[in-house]
Write a protein that binds this ligand. Structure first.
Ligand code: ATP
Ligand code: MG
Length: 160
């Protein structure tokens, strides 16, 4: 299904903004023009739900969550990111967080709940869409999850 990713992402962000009970603010930076991607919207909703739920779960009171979409026209892909100011992930564990059932610091994450499947499922779905996913993080400062999706730069004009 071809959809304007910007409107699609904005709707998901709005849903989290409405349902939010924590004292966390949202900062959204999206392109103004539509960007058309071919995605399974149910699966991509699940991907974003998993990533945004984590950002909320690991955010401190008063933290900010940043949402971005950047266009890499030459690579014909978009880079979607979700940043938080939470506990962060130690460097040596960064590559493992996309493995099934993997959770950093068992004691800490046990309190917060979850099975350790969210990011593994997200990775599987992003890969199935021809994208990649990775994380950058600084312990005690925050985490950013990035993923790419192929898009057709030409379609911007055709659909406009
Ligand atoms: P589930 O998503 O199944 O409810 P989960 O959130 O623990 O459980 P994942 O979403 O797969 O599992 O994340 C794996 C682990 O990566 C988490 O347990 C946590 O340790 C770490 N992690 C993921 N996102 C963040 C984040 N934004 N900040 C800090 N740690 C994170
Ligand atoms: Mg999760």
């Amino acid at each position: 299904e071809w959809v304007n990713f910007i409107a699609f992402y904005q709707r998901i962000i709005d849903r989290f903004d409405m349902g939010r009970s924590q004292d966390v603010s949202f900062k959204v930076k999206l392109p103004k023009d539509p960007v058309y991607v071919e995605i399974d919207t149910d699966k991509m909703t699940q991907v974003l739900d998993n990533i945004i739920s984590n950002a909320l779960k690991y955010s401190p009171e008063g933290g900010q969550i940043g949402f971005k979409v950047e266009l890499k026209e030459r690579e014909k892909e978009i880079v979607v990111s979700v940043s938080d100011q939470g506990v962060g992930i130690p460097r040596e564990n960064l590559k493992n967080i996309f493995e099934r059932f993997y959770r950093v610091d068992k004691a800490r994450t046990r309190q917060l709940g979850g099975t350790g499947l969210g990011l593994a499922i997200a990775k599987e779905m992003i890969t199935a869409h021809g994208g990649q996913v990775w994380a950058s993080s600084v312990e005690g400062r925050g985490t950013t999850i990035y993923f790419t999706l192929p898009y057709d730069p030409e379609s911007e004009d055709e659909w406009a």
